[in-house]
Design a protein around this ligand. Structure first.
Ligand SMILES: C[S@@+](CC[C@H](N)C(=O)[O-])C[C@H]1O[C@@H](n2cnc3c(N)ncnc32)[C@H](O)[C@@H]1O
Length: 763
């Protein structure tokens, strides 16, 4: 079986299942079960899962090699820890980074792992990450391989961390533990010091960590849900109950379930990105947490997913992972309410019919998910079968590798019926998430790959950018000048919003909290629109329409799509002035085959652009030259040439042209790097720099608005130039820029605010 890939397995099973169309998810699952090839398919699924599991089984030479790597990395960390040269802070960062790599390299429950955690705790304490250091001590002890002779050291570290965290309860406990150990003079002295500290600790000032991001916030009073009875496809929609001002929160919602995308390094429980990772060794460090608290809170889910992560199952199933996650998180809560049912069909109706008894229990979150729209019925039978068989495969996984179905033991239905129900629920959620899942975007580090499988220590442990926890070095805010999709989430209330190509809301994702901010002033009674795709300022109507029709099954008739020139707002970012002296017309490149490629010719190999009036091919050699020169901005001559090219193209690329903005942004990023490397700019260069920065700001606001991640990432470069004294902003400008941070997650906002307070507010 191991020679089959996931898609080959599914394709074979689909071709092997001869059934007619069914009316709902449960009937299709039951039809599949009654099919004559069902047992063969099931055996294949089991064998395939077994095969991928054995592929990831570690042999003894792997284990030996892993432990050796862990020891070597820890020693590298020790060298940094005891280094006397260079900045102490960066040495500690480097040490903690190597210890983290040692943690990832080590095998679970070994001395190598215990020591890697214990040593990281030591570096993190120096770096003043006290809660993380405390958690590391616990992780070291949990391995049951921490050397007994060193126990006093780790207990002492816990006591110190507890003291700094102002946690008198824990401090007391660790002091009592230390009193039972025979200590030398030095350690006894430290215990006395801590005993004095305990007396002074004020319980009320206990530091709360990780709480901001975890606070449950739900705000829905300003909105109301209606149902369109005239245009059936529009279904439910949301309106504003009161007038809402631009930038205000329209509603907020707790993300009920999410899964990281592309192995993004985020805490599986709270979604935080700025973390010192604690991996799960049982699944080969495939997932991480920001704290032991999050690991504890996620246990009810991870106990069922750990083996799946170990054998890389979830990487292969895309959005179906979110469907499984929702069942794992939400199904156990409704089980006691529906466990009286003796008939599987009736049970299914209770689950999916909104006038059923379950739906009177408004406190049950899962019912909001169960109500979400699905277009599964509109899919072709082979497509439906594919998803149904993925759901069945996941049930086989739960059966073979977890004790998930033990929760159904004391119910009236048989386990095989519950298997069908769970399969049908996963299948239903897959259909729902095709049109309801939300992609969470976040600011992301530029010099650290958050999806890397080799570097998994996290941006907080990258040297030469931080001065203390969450405070950056001057000129280093551009380390956060990119955005990335980090997770796929279930947000049933946001899912009620219908689509418009110019949305009324701006999403803000912060850990597990979601906020819908008003894009502009909203009148009482106006509909709240989300955008399911790229907005009208960033895409062509036909492309959007085709996508919305194919995935969401409706024809977009929003005000932007109905305008006489629906692409005008987008094409204005692609206007050229013909270089042919006898022509000189303004034109937008076009191509019958592929308009997008014609508009973005610089991203296409050997791409070029021709005037649509005189057909003259325009000279674009400068673009290659510009890109090449960007590599060497430390050189004064190169910079002069870059500014010269930028000036020349200014008259060719009209107004807020996309390419002119991209070139400006790239140039600014390279120039701040050069500045940090010691390059000083003369007055001519500073003037150029200011004018390009101004242009990029205006162009970004025109296209994405001030409250957008796009703007904040550009602002990060601008703030660097302000911080180093190369650009001056008025107080009003600074205030406006601070407002833009409303759209950023709380953890990144804190980094930006710290930067502002450290380097900008007195400029
Ligand atoms: C995320 S749901 C939105 C909420 C949905 N109306 C409901 O009743 O739950 C997406 C689905 O709503 C419908 N929809 C969303 N926006 C629409 C629009 N502008 N016009 C028509 N139908 C729309 C489509 O059926 C689409 O697949």
């Amino acid at each position: 079986m191991e020679k089959y890939s996931f898609s080959e397995l599914l394709a074979y099973q689909v071709s092997n299942t001869k059934i007619v169309n069914s009316e709902n998810e449960l009937s299709l699952i039951l039809d599949i079960k009654n099919n004559q090839n069902f047992l063969t398919n099931r055996r294949m699924s089991s064998a395939w899962l077994k095969a991928i599991k054995s592929t990831h089984q570690r042999n003894s030479s792997y284990i030996q090699h892993a432990n050796q790597s862990a020891i070597r990395l820890r020693e590298e960390g020790n060298n940094f820890y005891s280094s006397k040269s260079g900045s102490k802070f960066d040495n500690m960062i480097n040490a903690a980074q190597r210890y983290t790599e040692a943690i990832f390299a080590a095998i679970g429950n070994t001395e190598a792992l215990a020591l890697a955690y214990a040593n990281r705790a030591m570096a993190l304490q120096e770096l003043e990450y006290y809660q993380q250091a405390y958690d590391d001590c616990v992780c070291a002890l949990e391995t049951n391989h921490y050397p007994v002779k060193l126990l006093h050291k780790i207990k002492m570290r816990q006591a110190f961390c507890a003291y700094y965290l102002k946690d008198s309860e824990k401090l007391k406990k660790h002091l009592e533990e230390l009193e039972k150990i025979t200590l030398n003079e030095n350690f006894s002295q430290r215990v006395k010091e801590l005993q004095r500290g305990l007396k002074n600790l004020d319980e009320e000032t206990k530091i709360q960590t990780g709480e901001i991001i975890n606070k449950v916030l739900q705000l829905k009073e300003s909105t109301e849900v209606k149902t369109d009875t005239k245009v059936a496809t529009r279904g439910r929609y949301m309106i504003a109950k009161n007038a809402i001002k631009s930038g205000e929160v329209i509603f907020s919602e707790r993300i009920s379930s999410f899964v990281p995308v592309d192995g993004c390094q985020i805490c599986q429980q709270c979604g935080a990105m700025l973390i010192i990772p604690i991996p799960c060794h049982d699944c080969d460090c495939s997932i991480i947490y920001c704290s032991l608290k999050c690991r504890r809170n996620h246990k009810n889910v991870h106990q069922y997913e750990c083996t799946g992560y170990l054998c890389r199952l979830f990487e292969q199933i895309g959005i179906s992972h979110l469907a499984l996650r929702v069942v794992l998180e939400d199904f156990p809560a409704i089980l006691p309410i529906v466990s009286y049912e003796t008939d599987i069909y009736k049970l299914w109706q209770t689950l999916i019919t909104s006038d059923g008894s379950l739906y009177t229990k408004t406190y049950v979150n899962y019912i909001q998910t169960l109500q979400m729209v699905t277009h599964m019925q509109k899919m072709s039978l082979p497509n439906k079968l594919w998803f149904a068989l993925v759901a069945d495969l996941l049930v086989v996984y739960l059966k073979d590798y977890t004790n998930f179905f033990a929760i159904t033991n004391k119910t009236k239905l048989k386990q095989c019926d519950w298997e069908s129900i769970v399969s049908a629920l996963i299948f239903r959620h897959i259909g729902q998430f095709i049109v309801n899942a939300h992609t969470c975007s976040s600011i992301s580090p530029t010099n650290y790959d958050v999806s890397s499988t080799t570097n998994r220590f996290g941006i907080l442990l990258v040297p030469h950018i931080w001065t203390k926890p969450f405070h950056l070095q001057r000129g280093m805010l551009h380390s956060f000048s990119e955005t990335k999709d980090v997770s796929a989430a279930n947000l049933p209330y946001l899912s009620i919003c219908n689509h418009a190509c110019g949305p009324t809301l701006r999403p803000k994702f912060s850990g597990r909290n979601f906020y819908a901010l008003a894009d502009s002033s909203i009148e009482k009674g106006a509909e709240i629109f989300n955008s399911y795709t790229v907005t009208y300022k960033n895409s062509l109507r036909n492309n959007r329409r085709a996508y919305l029709k194919e995935i969401y099954h409706f024809n977009c008739t929003c005000t932007y799509c109905q305008k006489p020139h629906p692409d005008k707002s987008y094409l204005k970012y692609h206007v050229y002035k013909c270089r042919n002296p006898t022509c000189g017309e303004k034109f937008v490149p076009t191509d019958k085959q592929d308009v997008s490629a014609a508009l973005h010719w610089w991203q296409v190999e050997n791409g070029g652009v021709s005037c649509t009036f005189c057909s003259e091919e325009q000279n674009v050699e400068w673009f290659m030259k510009f890109t090449e020169l960007l590599e060497n901005t430390n050189n004064a001559q190169t910079r002069l040439e870059l500014f010269r090219i930028y000036d020349i193209v200014d008259s060719f690329l009209v107004d807020f042209h996309t390419l002119k903005m991209e070139m400006g942004n790239d140039l600014m990023k390279m120039l701040i790097k050069s500045y940090n490397a010691g390059v000083k700019y003369n007055t001519f260069e500073l003037n150029k720099l200011v004018s390009i920065l101004n242009f990029c700001q205006r162009a970004t606001i025109d296209r994405w608005g001030l409250q957008s991640l796009e703007y904040v990432t550009k602002m990060s470069v601008l703030w660097d130039f302000i911080a180093v004294g190369a650009y001056q902003s008025t107080q009003l400008e600074l205030k406006t820029m601070l407002k833009a941070l409303d759209v950023v997650s709380d953890e990144y906002k804190q980094v930006f605010l710290n930067y502002y307070n450290d380097y900008l507010q007195n400029k």
